[in-house]
Design a protein around this ligand. Sequence first.
Ligand SMILES: [Zn+2]
Length: 436
Amino acid sequence: MKKKLFLLFASFIVLTLKAQEHKHVILVTIDGFRPDFYFEDKWNTPNLKQMLREGVHAYGVNSVFPSVTYPSHTTIVTGVQPADHGIYFNGVFEPDSTTGKIYWNFNEITSPTIWKAAKSAGLKVASLMWPASAGAPIDFNISDIGSMGEEVREKYAWPKGIMDTIRREVFSGKQEIKWGEDEYNAQTAAWVIRNKKPNLMTIHLISVDHAEHTVGREGQMVEDAIHEADRSIGIIRQAIKDAGMEHNTLLIVTGDHGFYNVEKSINPNVWLAKAGLLDPQDESNWKARFFQVGGAAFLFLRDEHDQQTKKQVLKMLKSLPSEEKKYFRIVDAAQMKEIGANPHVSFALSGLSGAAFGKEVTGEAILSGEGGTHGYFPNTRNIQTGFIAIAPNIKKGLEIKQLDLRDVTVFVKEYLNLDLPTARGRSSVKYYNAVN
Ligand SMILES: [Zn+2]
């Protein structure tokens, strides 16, 4: 009896210690990740398909509007839509010039993040190639700085000297690191996981997006890119095992948006120029201007409250011939508000019938297009992204019909028990087996 009591007491201590042990979340996004990459046999993705059998997955995940990389990724780390987190697009809308300014710095995010919540809880945080993360409160951070250049990436890499350590330890002293190559990024992530054992690590793999922009949804380039991303997931999983973290890690592989093939390029500023609302010779002289982001175009008015110009633009769009009108639909102010898009935009166009949007202000409004893009209103199957999660005690093989990117945040928040009351997603508790 005494022995039994002792054993009971000992196992109680072990359980208590386990409960206190910090858990880990490794959150990976594959840019341009589509659910068919793990559903269909034609894609060479053994690691993703293995995760599908071992964990829960979504039939589809709805993105944000516009369904582009920086707003989507910021929604994943905040649990709120762009209207609340402030990263409205990849590039900043510049009223009087086009210098190519992008959202790249953490201080532009206006809502609390999982990174900061994890830091505040005393957890160790790491991140690799995540958009709008430069200068974020992250212990080990190499960020996606878009078009800002390698000097900026190096300047904001944290802690100081981390890039040299990575060059030495992961790339045999090679000076140039190819950040566009997923397998290299996965090796860097694996080094961080093995050596730093972060409680939270966000990792962004970027090359599938590049392939889909170039050739569209199908083709050898996409096959090679998703195969490489899949191998990268294998490298990251192995690192989790090597670090001895497998028993208390939630591994999520998700994405930011799907893709559409492009056959036409629609240039709505040509219509505005013809209507006299925009001067093609002087880019600072305009009353109304469309800001194009691939599959969508957002209408800015010089004076946000100028209802007369808004009416004029709507009337002009409605009077277009049906063979031009078939290439877009109007996303009105109410729909913009409901989806949590940029509140300073009057309304938006979302492409239809193989159309994406171009920047031209003169010439023909409708030109031919090629490759693939995203940015469309996130209510269609093609623009949905994917989601697979594995963790001890997670339900095996369970399909979740539909998630949105804010639900991904809550998976992270609940697993790490973070204090992030602003995150709006739905609880993930029901996707785990009850513990006895
Ligand atoms: Zn993307």
